[in-house]
Structures are given as structure tokens and as C-alpha cells.
Design a protein around this ligand. Sequence first.
Ligand code: SF4
Ligand code: SF4
Length: 443
Amino acid sequence: MTDAHYHSIRFDASACHGCMACLRVCPTQAIRVRRGHAVMIEDRCIDCGECIKVCAKNAVVPLTASPSGLGGYDYTVAIPSPALYTQFDGEVTPGTILQALRNSGFDEAATLSWSCGAVTHAIELYFAEYRGPGPLISSFCPSVVRLVQIKYPELVDQLLPVLSPREVAAREAKRKAAADTGLPLDRVHAVYVTPCPAKMVSIVDHPGMEASYIDSAVGISDLFPLLAPVIREVQTSHAKVPETETAAGLGWAFSINLPSTLPAEDTLSVWGLPNVLRILDDIDKGKLQRYTFVECHACFEGCVSGALTVENPYVARARALRLQQSLPKRDLVDAAEMRARHERGEFRTTVPFAVRPPSPLGRDIVTAIARMQERDGIAAGLPGIDCGACGSPTCATFAEDVVMGEAEQAQCVVLRQGQLEEQLARLAAQGAAATQERGREIR
Ligand code: SF4
Ligand code: SF4
């Protein structure tokens, strides 16, 4: 089921004290503060989780699954994001973490390394055949996909139509579990251990696919307190690096491992939504056609800085680099098998990426144009300092909110202060005139 307005976060009005910190960081201007509480404009939110990172009151709630709710399935496979490997202090190896997941109630824990390698091959094979306009834009970060769908509808056909490593890993893990246990595939439950809420969006909304192979997601921050003591128990017995791990696979925690056939000078790697917005603007204007591929990450340090991670992202990144040195540099993927599976379309998205522009200003073009003119007229009379005190992030969004009946012009404190000052000056002038008049009468 696709839900065009599904979101992986919600605002808790009872915890929110209207400080506006979230409103200031939201990259798509999807937040308003009304009557003292933050509210979301659903068709603008891209589920990036920036609001979670800045809310000191925990009033932005991620809608990931609770670890306690994961029992009750016939067979549950945990699929940890490579970012999970970077969250634990000390010499904790991926082998220890996978075993800790098994000891914490999951029937199996599957690594993403093979899938990351397979997707790198799939990108290479796709580019060998691709003859369309460039550059192609990576589609593995669900917030970037939503951003393109909402703000850059002309670019949806440039989203890379290759499945993400997490989807490939879930599919392969489910097939293996079904083969090992004799259970039907739909009785195997795949749980992604996620560094950000946006991955929930790709499970429910699954852009580019008829359905996601992942059944639910649990946040790293929710699992961390349960996993940490188990890790201490299994640390020595499972410290050996599993055969299934690779340095390249772990690297996906902060960057896509691009095939060597895509020369670095023909690709761009962009981290952080303000930078992603700038690059997408340029692609939209046709400026970057000489590049073949643009890798976009909503978070500044890649997945290690997702809103549901627990470690300082810079420490996590350094830890990932150290861990990479201890992991084998080998390629786990059999090139001939990969080519055959690529030809069967096993690594391609199955439906086109849809566009989903925000609601227009009016239902018909005449109303929309009239409202646009009204909005521009209101905006021209506003101070233009984007103070946010009205509860809208900018004067332009406030003007739009007024036109749409969601705010009143009187909410602009600067205008109100100006009007009050004018009123005071008028009253003062009237008072002075009256005093002068009385003086003349007395004389
Ligand atoms: S950051 Fe946003 S959600 Fe959190 S308390 Fe402030 S206004 Fe409310
Ligand atoms: S998740 Fe991102 S886009 Fe959505 S409201 Fe929060 S900051 Fe804005």
C-alpha cells in the first residue's frame, strides 16, 4: 500500500513548548508553530529528522517500531544498517554485534555487505547501458527521494532506478530464512535497524517498488540500551570478523561505494540538505550535465549522523574508518552471477518514481493566480527579516499562510509593533495639539 502522506515522525503537542528550534532547521519549511505548538505541513515534510535532532523536549516522536513489539512473528531477521557498527565504544566487531542481535531475540541477523557489493555492481551495469540525460541522482536516501518528488518533479526520471542495499539484503535474508526453515516467505519478518526515521517511509511508501521487502524498522537509539549489555557478554566469544563482512560494505555508513568505472571526476558526492538543495537546484537548471552521477545524503556525515543514532557523528565516522582497516577488502559478489541476475532485472526498481508536488494555492488556475497575487502583495508589506516570531519560518511562508487562512496578518509582531508605534505617535500628536489648544483658551 502506498500512502502519499505517510510520515515517520509526529509532533507531540503535550511535550512541545513552542520554542521554534525545529521550525528554524526544517529544510522544506514544513513546520509552523501555532497556538504555542509545532505542527507539520504534511505535503512538505521529507522525513529528514532534522527536527528530532534539535528538539530538546523530545516532542518530535519517530514512528519506528518498538523493540518490545518485535516478538510474535514466526521468524524475525534483523538487518542492521552499517551505521550500527559505528555506535559502540571499544573494539566491538560486526561479528559481536550480529551475535548480540541474535541473543537479543532476533532469530537471525544478516549483514548488508554482500548487498552493498551487489548494488555497486548493479550501478556499474546500469551505467554501461544508460543513454539518458545526466546526471543520475542516487535514490538510496529516502529523504532525498522525497525532496526530488516534492520540489523537483522534473528530476524524478533522473533518480537512479537501482534497489537500495537494505532492500536487497532484506530480500536475500528472507529467501535464505525461508529455505533454511521451510517457512513461507510471508512468515519471515525483516526488521531494519535504522539510523533515521526516513527509512520507515521507504517501507510504507516504497518509492520505485510495488512493496518493500522490509517489514518494519527499529531505531538504533531504541535498540542501543538493550544491545549494549548483551554486547559485553558476547564480546570475546564472537570477536572474529565474519566471512560475510567487507570494508566496502561498512563504508556505506557514510558514502556510496561507487564502481571504479564511474571516474571520480565525473561524479559529485553531497552531504547535508542545504548542500543537496543547492545541487538539485543546479541540476534542475541544467547546469551539471557534464556529470554522470550525483550521490546525495540528507545527513551531513551520511547515515552515521542519522537522527536515531546515539554516537557523535564525527566519532562514529572515525570509528568506521578504523573498523574498515580491520575488514577484508575483498569483493563477495560473483560477477557472472551478478550479470545474469542484473539481466533478469533483480536489482532494478519496479515502478517509476512518482512526483508529489505540494498542494497548489488554489483548486483551479484562476484561484491559484489570484492567491499568488494576494500573497505577493502581503509579502511586500512584511518586514522581510524572517524572524519566525509569527510561527511561520519566513515572511514569504507567512504571507502564504495568511492567504490560505492559516494565519492572520496581525500575528506579525514587527508589523504590530510598527502599527502600535504609529498609534502612539498619533495619540502623542493629538495630546500635544489638545494641550496647545487648551493653552490658547486659557490665554
Ligand atoms: S523544537 Fe519544535 S517540537 Fe521541539 S519544543 Fe521546540 S517548537 Fe516544539
Ligand atoms: S522531518 Fe525534516 S522536513 Fe519533516 S518536519 Fe522535520 S525537519 Fe521538516
